[in-house]
Write a protein of this length. Structure first.
Length: 542
C-alpha cells in the first residue's frame, strides 16, 4: 500500500507518493521448549502504510538436550456431585479429567467417574398377596362347601398393607341333595266289587323324587277278596287227564286234556284251555357241570346246568368263589358289570372251570417291556401259570408293573381311597351297602378324576328266620297261560324279562344278580325282580 505525502514548500503545495515497506527480519526469539523439538519466531515491521504478507515467521528448533524427560498423566480435582437419581435407594455421580501423559509418561490411574448411594437407605415395600391355593375337598357330595387360602407377605419400610381377603369359600357338589320318593300310608279299602266273591282295593301314593332321587319301588295298589254270599256257579273244568308220552328224552313235550261241567245258577260256561302241553323228559338237555366249592376250593361237581345255561364263577377279594348256573346272555351282561374288586367268568365246559379254580405253577418273569411314556411312565413284565390242579388256590400276580421315565408330567386328578362301607341295607339275608370317595383336583394341566365316586356291592347278614323255600316261579306260554311249577331258593328272585310284543321269560336268579340286571332294563328289555306271588301275578296279569 502506498502513502500520499503533501508538503508546503515556499508557500506552495507539493504532493509525492511514498511506497509502504517491511523492515528487515529481526533476530530469532527463544525456542518454545527446553528439550525435544519446539518452535522459535522472528518479527518484522511495516513502514508507511499496510504491507502485504505476515509480520512473523516460525521455524523449528532443537535445544540441548534433544530428549525430554517423561511426564505422567495426572487427574484434575473431582467435580461437584450430580443430583440424586431417586428419593430412596438412589445414586449420584461425579467425574474428573485426566491430563494425558507426555514423552512416554504413565497414564492416569483410577476411575474417571465415581458413584455413591444417596436418598433414604430403603424404599417402602408394599405388602402383597400370594396366588390362591387349590380348592380344598368338597365337604359333601351335595350342597357342600370348599375353600382356598392365600398368604399376605407383610409390608416393609412403611409400605402399604395387603388389599383383599385371604380366605375364599365357594359352594360345591350337586346344588341340591337328592330326595327319594316316599310312599304314603295305605288309604281306606274301597267298596266290594260284588256282593259275592268280590274284590276290594286300596292304594297309596308316591311323592315325586327330587334332584335325581330314586322312585318308589314297591307297589302302590293292593287288592283283597270280599263278600260272602252265594254266587252263580260257573262251569267247572275237570282235573287234567294223564300226560301223554314224552316226545323226547330231554326238553321234550307232552300233552293232556280235561272236560267242562255244565254251569249252574246262571253261571258262565267254562273258560280256559281244555288241552295243555308241557316240557318233559330231562328238564333241560345236559350242559356244563357246575361245581360247588368250599372256602379252600375243594369242589364237588354235582350240578349239571341246562344246555341253554352257563356256569357263572364269581371271584371276590380273598379268593372267595361262588358258582351257579345262569342263562348265557345274562352271564355276559353280569361280566360287563363286574366291579373292580371282583372277577366274573362264564364257563361252558369243565376245562374252563379247571383253569379258573385250579392251582398255577408260575414261570420266571419275562424281561421288562418298553416304558409307556417319557415321563412318569409304566413298564410291565409277565409270567405264565402252568401245571394246574383242580381244587387248589389259583395263580396270582401274573403281571407286574413298575414306574419308569424321569421327566415331569401333568398330574391328573386322583381319586382318594374309598371310605368305609355303609351299614348293610338289611339285617338278615342278602342286601347292599355303599361307600364313597373324593377327588384331588388335577395339576399342571392334568385330567379330571375318572371313575365313580360312589360304589355299591352286595352284603350278606345272618340267615333270615324264614322258611328256606323261596318264591314260586311260573313257566308261561306265549298267550300267558302259566304253570306254577318251579320253586326258587330263598336267596333267589323270580326274574321276569318283558320284551316288546308282550313276550315274557321267567327264571330263578340270585337276588343281587337280578338287581344288576334291572339296571339294564332300558336296553335289554324290562326287568322285574319278584319275591312273592302277588308281585308276579300283578305283572303277568295271571
Amino acid at each position: 500500500m502506498n502513502l500520499l505525502c503533501t508538503c508546503l514548500i515556499f508557500g506552495l503545495l507539493k504532493s509525492n507518493f511514498v511506497a509502504a515497506r517491511w523492515s528487515t527480519w529481526g533476530a530469532w526469539g527463544h525456542c518454545s521448549v527446553t528439550c525435544g523439538t519446539g518452535t522459535k519466531v522472528s518479527h518484522r515491521t511495516c513502514s508507511h502504510g499496510s504491507c502485504d504478507g505476515s509480520s512473523t515467521k516460525t521455524t523449528s528448533c532443537h535445544p540441548t538436550p534433544h530428549t525430554c524427560p517423561p511426564v505422567d498423566g495426572h487427574w484434575t480435582a473431582w467435580r461437584h456431585w450430580g443430583s440424586c437419581s431417586a428419593t430412596c435407594e438412589g445414586t449420584r455421580t461425579r467425574s474428573r479429567v485426566c491430563h494425558p501423559p507426555e514423552h512416554g509418561g504413565a497414564p492416569c490411574r483410577g476411575n474417571k467417574v465415581e458413584t455413591s448411594g444417596c436418598g433414604t437407605s430403603h424404599c417402602p415395600v408394599d405388602g402383597y398377596l400370594t396366588t390362591w391355593t387349590y380348592w380344598s375337598l368338597c365337604s359333601a357330595t351335595c350342597e357342600g362347601t370348599r375353600k382356598r387360602i392365600r398368604v399376605c407377605h407383610p409390608p416393609q419400610y412403611g409400605g402399604s398393607q395387603c388389599f383383599g381377603g385371604t380366605i375364599d369359600i365357594s359352594g360345591c357338589g350337586a346344588s341340591h341333595c337328592s330326595v327319594d320318593g316316599k310312599l304314603s300310608d295305605w288309604g281306606s279299602w274301597s267298596q266290594c266289587s260284588a256282593t259275592c266273591e268280590g274284590l276290594k282295593s286300596r292304594s297309596r301314593t308316591c311323592s315325586h323324587p327330587l334332584y335325581g332321587g330314586a322312585s318308589c319301588d314297591n307297589q302302590t295298589t293292593q287288592t283283597a277278596k270280599c263278600g260272602n254270599e252265594h254266587c252263580p256257579v260257573d262251569g267247572q273244568l275237570s282235573d287234567w287227564g294223564s300226560w301223554s308220552q314224552c316226545s323226547a328224552t330231554c326238553e321234550g313235550l307232552k300233552s293232556r286234556s280235561r272236560t267242562c261241567s255244565h254251569p249252574q245258577y246262571g253261571g258262565a260256561p267254562c273258560t280256559g284251555q281244555t288241552t295243555q302241553t308241557a316240557k318233559c323228559g330231562t328238564v333241560n338237555c345236559p350242559g356244563v357241570t357246575c361245581p360247588t366249592c368250599n372256602e379252600i376250593l375243594e369242589c364237588t361237581w354235582n350240578t349239571t346246568c341246562p344246555m341253554s345255561e352257563t356256569c357263572l364263577v364269581r371271584n371276590f377279594p380273598g379268593y372267595k368263589f361262588t358258582t351257579h348256573c345262569i342263562m348265557k346272555d345274562d352271564c355276559e351282561i353280569m361280566k360287563k358289570l363286574q366291579k373292580s374288586q371282583e372277577q366274573i367268568y362264564c364257563c361252558d365246559d369243565e376245562s374252563c372251570l379247571q383253569n379258573i379254580l385250579g392251582e398255577g405253577r408260575l414261570s420266571d418273569w419275562t424281561s421288562w417291556g418298553q416304558c409307556s411314556a417319557t415321563c412318569e411312565g409304566l413298564k410291565s413284565r409277565t409270567r405264565t401259570c402252568n401245571s394246574q390242579q383242580v381244587g387248589d388256590v389259583p395263580c396270582i400276580d401274573v403281571t407286574q408293573t413298575a414306574k419308569c421315565g424321569t421327566e415331569h408330567c401333568p398330574v391328573d386328578g386322583d381319586s382318594l381311597p374309598w371310605g368305609d362301607w355303609s351299614p348293610c341295607s338289611v339285617t338278615c339275608g342278602s342286601g347292599t351297602r355303599v361307600r364313597s370317595r373324593a377327588c384331588i383336583p388335577p395339576q399342571y394341566g392334568g385330567h379330571n378324576c375318572t371313575g365313580p365316586l360312589f360304589e355299591m356291592n352286595i352284603c350278606s347278614q345272618v340267615h333270615c328266620p324264614t322258611s328256606p323255600v323261596g318264591v314260586t316261579c311260573p313257566t308261561c306260554t306265549e298267550n300267558m297261560e302259566c304253570t306254577w311249577n318251579t320253586t326258587c331258593h330263598v336267596s333267589e328272585n323270580c326274574m321276569i324279562r318283558a320284551f316288546p310284543g308282550y313276550k315274557f321269560t321267567t327264571h330263578c336268579i340270585m337276588k343281587d344278580d337280578c338287581a344288576l340286571m334291572k339296571l339294564l332294563g332300558k336296553t335289554h328289555g324290562q326287568i322285574f325282580c319278584c319275591d312273592d306271588e302277588s308281585c308276579l301275578r300283578t305283572i303277568l296279569g295271571n
